[in-house]
Design a protein around this ligand. Structure first.
Ligand code: PA5
Length: 407
């Protein structure tokens, strides 16, 4: 595994972390046992459904050949993983623009997307495991008539709609049967925020030009890494122990601008998986060094309720030398490295527990490793905390209230 995780600056004694390794190991065994509900994502990268992967790639190739724009309609786990990957990763082949809709209810954003659909040859990809999510239904109902108007008939529009949803249930699956949309399946035993390795994440990634096999290879490397018996689970344990010590918040310090949406994905993953029964570190993310000039003061001298996890890309894809001034001859990466060193040193002086996740290079294989590592870490910490990582009763509560108000 290329990703390196360090917990030595968390302030948790190594012996305390080691003492919990057997418990973390038991959590991991449960994840791999095949007996726990909603753990289908655990084996996806290693026991691949080659037929489905081939179909995903074929559909993506057709979309890239025939369209200029893919509009993905989805929210939460049904868009966040793909968005994070598309923003972070290099594209290996020709890709087309992927735009997301249904991830908010902003009229002005809808309007911009509608103008794009009118102007560009478009395929719609509507993604919803339940098939009934209000934001997704609303967006889909708004843009469907646009597609019919643009392509001349319901039949022609339907040829340009791809649905990714549950195999059997939900309104979207019924519409697939009624209108003949192409479709792919969200596996029943994989929840939204763990679904990046299913068609939910893979199809938009492939359309954007990302090598999805490379991504899965990375995830498989992490899944198969023997380090889970010892140090790989330590970050999960440290997070659990820091919460027990009274920390309430985890700040993900993203030390690379292309990790911004990974931070958004992480907030959903950790927040929805761990925030229940009055437990869980509240996840938040900041981009460094940008946010050091807005939030740095608070981190250093504000209420010390948080731990910090630095997400560090060790090597940029290019090198840029500074041609003049006091730092002449150094590279921008040298300054970035000094910035990270400065953060670690200053924040440690302030007593902030710091974990570090090092990504040697921001490429697709490492990103696959990272995603799988974070999913597994999150599930282990939730299990150590004694909560179910795979439900989200609080989200359901808000949906119920919204429906009641609309009715
Ligand atoms: O992680 C989850 O399960 C949720 O965040 C869902 O992804 C989100 O609510 C969207 O649900 P659906 O895919 O059913 O539209």
């Amino acid at each position: 595994m290329n990703i390196i995780v360090k917990t030595d600056k968390t302030g948790i004694p190594a012996a305390d972390i080691e003492a919990l390794r057997p418990d973390a190991g038991m959590a991991l065994d449960r994840l791999w046992s095949g007996n726990e509900p909603m753990t289908g994502w655990v084996t996806l990268p290693v026991n691949r459904n080659q037929e489905e992967l081939q179909r995903i790639q074929e559909i993506a190739d057709i979309i890239k050949d025939e369209a200029e724009l893919l509009v993905v309609i989805g929210i939460g786990g049904s868009y966040m993983g793909a968005k994070a990957a598309i923003e972070a990763l290099p594209k290996v082949g020709p890709g087309i623009e992927v735009r997301f809709l249904g991830n908010n209810l902003c009229t002005d954003y809808y309007w911009e997307t509608m103008q794009e659909i009118k102007e560009k040859n478009t395929i719609l990809c509507v993604i919803s495991k339940s098939g009934n999510t209000m934001e997704v239904r609303t967006a889909f109902e708004v843009v469907k008539p646009l597609m019919v108007e643009k392509y001349g008939s319901v039949e022609e529009a339907s040829k340009r709609i791809l649905a990714i949803t549950d195999e059997e249930t939900g309104t979207l699956r019924s519409e697939v049967a009624e209108y003949g949309y192409s479709s792919l399946v969200v596996p029943g035993n994989v929840g939204g925020r763990y679904s990046i390795g299913t068609p939910v994440g893979l199809l938009p990634m492939a359309v954007s030009g990302i090598d999805i096999m490379e991504f899965l290879d990375g995830a498989a490397e992490c899944a198969n890494d023997p380090g889970w018996d010892h140090d790989l689970a330590d970050y999960a344990i440290a997070r659990h122990l820091l919460e027990k010590q009274g920390k309430e918040v985890e700040v993900f310090g993203l030390c690379h601008s292309r990790l911004f949406y990974l931070g958004e994905w992480m907030k959903q993953l950790f927040g929805e998986s761990e925030g229940k029964e009055g437990k869980g570190l509240m996840p938040t993310s900041l981009t460094y060094s940008t946010d050091l000039h807005s939030m740095g003061q608070y981190l250093q001298e504000g209420r010390q309720t948080f731990m910090e996890t630095l997400m560090i890309v060790d090597e940029p894809s290019v090198s840029i030398e500074i041609p003049g001034g006091p730092q002449k001859g150094k590279t921008v990466a040298d300054i970035n490295e000094a910035m990270i060193g400065g953060v670690v040193s200053a924040h440690r002086q302030a007593g902030i527990p710091i974990a570090e996740v090092h990504i040697p290079k921001l490429d697709t294989r490492n990103f696959g490793q990272l995603i799988y590592f974070l999913e597994t870490t999150c599930a282990i910490t939730a299990m150590l905390n004694g909560v179910d990582p795979f439900n989200q009763p609080g989200v359901e509560a808000y949906k119920r209230e919204m429906h009641r108000l609309l009715d």
